[in-house]
Design a protein around this ligand. Sequence first.
Ligand SMILES: *Cc1c(COP(=O)(O)O)cnc(C)c1O
Length: 359
Amino acid sequence: MRIFNFSAGPAVLPEQVLQRAAAEMLDWHGSGMSVMEMSHRGKEFISIADKAEADLRTLMSIPDNYKVLFLQGGAMAENALIPMNLLGDKTAADYVNTGEWSKKSIKEAKKYCTVNIAASAEDRKFTYVPPQSTWKLNPQAAYVHICTNETIGGVEYHWAPDTGDVPVVADMSSHILSRSVDVSRYGVIYGGAQKNIGPAGVTLVIVREDLLGRALPITPSAFNWKEQAEADSMLNTPPTYAIYIAGLVFEWLHEQGGIAAIESRNIEKAALLYDYLDQSDFYSNPVDKADRSRMNIPFRLKDDFLDEAFLKGAREHGMVQLKGHRAVGGMRASIYNAMPIEGVRTLVAYMKDFEKRHG
Ligand SMILES: *Cc1c(COP(=O)(O)O)cnc(C)c1O
């Protein structure tokens, strides 16, 4: 029996993908091997990696002048690797602070360069995205870093910034592939896989070619985007099994009708929950309506002392991982691509019933 798993990450994967991986576990396509056992340089795995990249490129309409890298280390490692790979002869970078993940990126970047906080939403407890008209950008910055979906606070950019010649670097870990994105508006898009792509262990970096070659000499080769791009992400052993599962997820997304189709389903799923929250006096979500995340929806109950009973009842109704992050408290429902709409309906029905009994 599968449960409805609202975890922020590692998170729910499509059931069809898990079934296919199970069926192919011992013998992938007549090779007599599991994908886990394959040489990353053998023709079988090369075909898996090539197909994964090709499918991702069509899903996201990634222009030809962008490289797609499958690396290790997670988004957290990239927080350090971004300045290492992009500073070149510059010494400063701009950061927009929209919450917990922005703060982590800023903390890490400060080890390598001068960080200018171009804008911050801390004045209102990270419940909105500061409009670009308020950003104080440094024209000497090597790049402008944003987190386009704050997984903990539930704040999402529904627009792309325009920063002229200074490239935008976006942490899209928790909403990549949930909506259409004009890749050409960004210099670099990156994310850990375990929210909306696949299992933990693979990190996606999509980088515009002209930004390669700016790495600091101290950058480790395994994390040097140019060296990895030249080696098709196989300078060292890539996370082969995680890439294979990500590839199955990309195939599944194509079968669902691609990103436009999945996006309209995500809009519908998020509206179900937000509409219910907004008409209720018992539950609340603090984020400005225009900046609410479709993927991660934090909410509070009227009284925090009811939290435990809420979570216990949810478990009894087949729903887990609804506890909010300790930084914001309350509840959080992460409803990534693989969360079926029935999961959201079940949650809303349970919330209504809980409100009736405790409101
Ligand atoms: C989960 C997450 C990270 C951290 O990813 P790791 O793979 O654990 O390093 C960074 N940014 C965002 C937006 C996230 O959701």
